[in-house]
Design a protein around this ligand. Structure first.
Ligand code: PA5
Length: 360
């Protein structure tokens, strides 16, 4: 453990393990979020229905998680907001719907298929992309387009992918309330001091967690309606950055099935590392479940940690948790000796699917 922590404090080691500068990109997230908020405030208001029956965010992977966060931010809105990660849209989507199509590359076939389907069903559409086919189609069809800066891995463009749309929907009055978003860059900037490479490992929760997770399988438990998007993001960042398996689930559902699996033989359970993500807004009974479950499961697995977000708003706290998981996953990549940036198998699957023929 001590050797691993020392490695993460060695600037030469960090430089050598990060040929594509993922840490640098991650360090820029507070500024990215600030720029994204300003972008959202400046975009001319497009013609969109002001009172859709519901809003569907359609996207995959790194482009979909922003939809989960937008859902959190719309928490007090009466209108249903959901995220669709598929070729097809839910059957109820029709002329009363607003469909936000998010694809960082603009070339993800599932999202292009959802775009076409939303058009066929007469839904209002809003496209979010850095370019690609989605941008071309939106321009051809006169569909409002939020164009975001390109050149990043989609998962590193989190701020660009959801904050401008969120601001836009608040300005249009589709999502009520507004405000609260301005704390996001502040929360992230203060966390950056604690989690960044310059902070020594013994005081840096992200470095410490990466060292603890070395050789283990992360299992991240969030809660429905609060930390759920962070738990999913942690899992996917461990997959894509650290190139390791990782799993996630949410309270209270996991208390009705997953917990039973921890009766498994000790040698299986020792490979798991449990992470509990908590928030002050968790339901009181969920808080009780988290306590009981941690007490029950922590002694049986290879290790466990709990983290609580900080900030005035739920969205700020959840983004803070996401930032911690992002840093931990990049540090873990360095410890495993893998480049956090490339996702060769995702690229391979996209190429092979393209070779098989057009989806849309
Ligand atoms: O992280 C990734 O690279 C993936 O999860 C992508 O976001 C996903 O494949 C969808 O691609 P895009 O975001 O370009 O639509």
């Amino acid at each position: 453990m001590r050797e691993l922590l020392a490695l993460l404090d060695d600037p030469a080691f960090l430089r050598e393990r990060d040929p594509d500068g993922m840490l640098e990109t991650l360090l820029g997230l507070p500024e990215q979020c600030r720029e994204a908020l300003e972008h959202g405030a400046r975009i001319p208001l497009p013609e969109l229905p002001l009172s859709p029956a519901h809003v569907v965010f359609a996207g995959l992977g790194g482009s979909a998680v922003g939809g989960d966060l937008a859902r959190l931010a719309a928490g007090k809105a009466r209108l249903p907001v959901l995220v669709s990660r598929d070729y097809t849209l839910p059957p109820f989507v029709g002329p009363e719907s607003l469909v936000v199509l998010v694809s960082y590359s603009g070339n993800t076939e599932e999202t292009l298929s959802a775009y076409a389907e939303a058009g066929e069903r007469g839904a209002a559409r809003l496209a979010v992309t850095s370019g690609g086919r989605l941008a071309e189609l939106a321009v051809e069809d006169g569909v409002p387009l939020v164009r975001v800066p390109g050149g990043l891995p989609p998962r590193s463009a989190l701020g660009y992918l959801f904050l401008p749309v969120l601001v836009l929907l608040q300005r249009l009055g589709v999502f009520p309330g507004g405000g609260g978003l301005e704390e996001i860059p502040e929360v992230l900037a203060s966390l950056r001091e604690e989690l960044g490479p310059g902070k020594e490992a013994k005081l840096n929760p992200a470095k410490e967690l990466a060292a603890r997770l070395y050789g283990k399988i992360p299992v991240v438990f969030g809660a429905s309606g609060t930390t759920e998007p962070a738990a999913l993001r942690w899992k996917t960042q461990f997959n894509e950055n650290a190139k390791c398996p990782a799993y996630w689930n949410v309270f209270p559902e996991l208390n009705h099935n997953e917990v039973v699996g921890f009766e498994a033989p000790e040698e299986l359970l020792r490979a798991l590392y449990l992470v509990f993500l908590r928030d002050e807004a968790d339901h009181p009974r969920v808080k009780a479940r988290q306590e009981l479950t941690e007490r029950l499961l922590a002694p049986r697995v290879g290790g466990s940690s709990r983290f609580q977000g900080r900030g005035r708003t739920l969205l700020g706290r959840v983004l803070g948790l996401i930032y911690l998981g992002d840093f931990a996953s990049v540090y873990l990549a360095f410890l495993y000796g893998v480049n956090p940036k490339p996702v060769a198998v995702i690229d391979y699957l996209k190429q092979e699917l393209a070779r098989l023929g057009e989806a849309v």
